[in-house]
Design a protein around this ligand. Structure first.
Ligand code: GLA
Length: 404
């Protein structure tokens, strides 16, 4: 590969323009230039979660939305077993051999290697490729760039097509990549959303039965707005894994068995109150969040379906308060974003979305109020935190697919 066309001045625009991304690959790769008819482009979306945070690995309910921001890879499949991928944003090229993945690098290519490892473990075929990657998901935003990279890699490693399996298995394979190779004990939500996303819909997932249902979000009067706090998510992995252990400890203390066997999905509010005197207060608080958050997801779906937006807003508020006070995954910055949004007329609900400890809030907003929200955040947030926010209107979009 040569790098004269790199770094690209506007990688976010490339992520939305498959033809331009394919042309960039043709310009930097001899293999692609020799076989232009074999160049293809695949795309996988990021996500926001409307409600149901940290409930996925407790086998409860989540309500994510795949969004119109994501990761695209232009690739030419090759007959060798070599994967070489270049980042449009920096020009950096990293690679590995599919038959000898080698050690982890502590770099973005680990997610691609992880996906290759998990596809092979599942008995799915993989193929080498030369590719170039562009993203319009803001980095470190908590909008699931990892899951988008895993899903996008799944298609790139399968010659630019969906692997020969169903989309739920594909999501589980990507989750396995992250758990088993990268070492983050995430649940299924992000990979599920990036795999099964549907335009105009949120997706209700029962993380135990894996039953799922698309919930229409097509009201033209409503907008989804993600506000990025701009604060780094430094302790995210260790704090995330700690929350997971605390939940497993709570389930074991209440239901019996070894940590990891029982799940908070089976704990009711009454069971929790009965057990509370025997529980460590922090562990009890974590369990209280999960038990009630599961109920809020189902209540929010019912409220969406009944058109009761006031109730949806109330549930968003209760969810954020619970994450702030009981699960302790908010931050002063995320609380400031929620408080600022809550003071804007036409904002129906606001809460942090994703793992927490930084990243984004999600806001359900009357379309006419989006400019006022943007203005309030751009004015008040820097003054309160000294940080620069980003306000991103997002739309519910399709899951991972070939786009060229
Ligand atoms: C991260 C994880 C998900 C989920 C959320 C919190 O995004 O990847 O599995 O646990 O945090 O809801």
């Amino acid at each position: 590969m040569t790098s004269s066309a790199l770094p690209h001045p506007d990688p976010a625009a490339l992520a939305r323009d498959p033809r331009a991304l394919a042309d960039l690959l043709l310009a930097i790769s001899n293999e692609a230039a020799a076989r232009p008819a074999d160049v293809r482009v695949v795309h996988a979306p990021g996500r926001v979660n409307l409600i149901g945070e940290h409930t996925d690995y407790n086998l409860g309910f989540v309500l994510p939305v795949a969004i119109d921001l994501g990761i695209a890879i232009a690739l030419v499949p090759t007959a060798d077993r070599r994967v070489e991928l270049t980042l449009a944003a920096t020009g950096e090229t990293l690679g590995f051999n599919l038959d000898d993945l080698g050690p982890k690098r502590g770099a973005w290519i680990d997610y691609v290697a992880a996906t290759a490892w998990a596809l092979a473990e599942r008995g799915l075929q993989t193929q080498g490729f030369r590719g170039v990657l562009a993203s319009d998901l803001p980095q470190g935003s908590g909008l699931s760039s990892s899951a988008a990279l895993e899903l996008c890699s799944s298609l790139a490693l399968s010659g630019g097509e969906l692997p020969a399996t169903d989309r739920m298995t594909l999501a589980q394979t990507a989750q396995r990549a992250e758990n088993g190779y990268v070492g983050v004990n995430c649940g299924l939500m992000d990979q599920f959303a990036s795999s099964l996303g549907r335009p105009g819909h949120a997706l209700l997932l029962d993380c135990r039965s894996l039953e799922h249902r698309a919930i229409p979000m097509a009201d033209p009067d409503l907008a989804l707005v993600a506000c990025h706090s701009g604060s780094p998510r430094k302790l995210e992995t260790s704090a995330y894994n700690e929350r997971r252990s605390q939940c497993e400890a709570a389930a074991a203390a209440i239901l019996g068995g070894e940590p990891g066997e029982a799940s908070l999905r089976d704990v009711t509010a009454a069971m929790l109150e009965e057990a509370r005197p025997r529980l460590d207060p922090v562990v009890a608080a974590r369990a209280e969040h999960i038990v009630h958050e599961n109920g809020r997801v189902l209540a929010a779906v019912a409220a969406f379906e009944a058109g009761d937006l006031a109730e949806v807003g109330r549930l968003f508020g209760a969810s954020h308060a619970s994450m702030r006070d009981l699960f302790e995954i908010s931050s002063p910055e995320l609380d400031a974003l929620v408080e600022i949004a809550s003071g804007v007329d036409g904002v129906i609900g606001a809460r942090l979305t994703g793992a927490g400890f930084g990243g984004c809030t999600i806001n359900l907003v009357r379309r006419s109020a989006v400019p006022a929200l943007r203005e309030a955040v751009m004015r008040d947030y820097p003054a309160r935190t000294g940080l620069a926010p980003r306000v991103l209107e997002v739309a519910a979009s399709a899951g991972a697919r070939r786009v060229l």
